[in-house]
Design a protein around this ligand. Sequence first.
Ligand code: ATP
Ligand code: LTN
Length: 332
Amino acid sequence: MSEKKRMLSGIQPSGELTLGSYLGAIRNWSERSDQFDCYYFMADLHTITVRQVPADLRRRTLSQLAAYIACGLDPEKNTLFIQSHVPQHAQLGWVLDCYTMFGELSRMTQFKAKSAQHAENINAGLFTYPCLMAADILLYQADLVPVGEDQKQHCELTRDIATRFNNVYGDVFTVPEPYIAKVGARIMSLSTPENKMSKSDTDPNGCVYLLDEANVMMKKFKRAVTDSEMDVRFDPVNKPGISNLMQIYSCATGRDYAAIEAEFAGQGYGSFKKAVGEATVEMCRPIREETQRLLKDKAYLESVYRSGAEKAGYIANKTLRKVYKKVGFVQP
Ligand code: ATP
Ligand code: LTN
């Protein structure tokens, strides 16, 4: 068994991956493949908390796997799998439902936001979503969970659930830490920069998809909402649009905010938006091309998710058996 610490994360195949999913999450995953024992999955169980068209969900799950690999997650170094292929997620999820309080779940910001967004379908799964997420993480005894800022609250609840369980039954779970990048952890919509860029957003102009063609991407940046001033300056409260573009540009070029302010001093927003668009297009181009190439090789993708589920299932099963024993179930 590997001595390395474990890193784990997942993304729901609820829409096409966005610049937010990439900069906030995936990009930080591939940097650590050598240092950690890494597990990344497609959170399809989570995705059905919102109604899905079945054929689209299937297609997006595979396309997400191809994108993971294209973003630099080498399947030889990372365990890549589909959540529904490892039944222990749902099994531990149920147990953790029974160790999580109604009040805790009621306080989750994502639940409140999604209930408002899908008022006609506030189902029990949407409510207990964080328990399944806790199961995802705790099954693998993950040390580190790289996510965007919006998932911090869920990670904290996971820590609370793990600690509560450990206090009753001894050291069953590793208590995980979230890993949130300094720049890129919260990419905002280009059309409504007060809101997070989200892949299930209905406004296509606000959302840059990782697989957008160059001309589509450029158009979105050109139309990005800014403000009535003239200067490129980092001020997320008063200049959310420009600050968001600076964040994206910083991620794409590695330049810090002071350098970006100096680079565009005295220039209008037009040339700045163009530069951000071009830098983003160049950052995403190899990902798009490689994703498209991989999507043609279904047999390869199948071999990746099969061996991923096998490796993940082995570890998940060990944890689940221990949990079942601790809570008092008769061994089968
Ligand atoms: P949905 O629209 O279905 O709620 P989403 O686009 O918000 O999805 P998730 O699948 O919830 O994305 O998130 C995947 C990962 O990417 C998570 O770690 C999340 O924190 C991160 N992430 C998502 N959107 C952003 C964003 N705009 N900025 C930074 N990180 C993000
Ligand atoms: N809830 C996350 C997706 C997710 C996840 C996880 C992230 C499901 N399970 C486990 C990290 C670890 C989201 O909505 N972004």
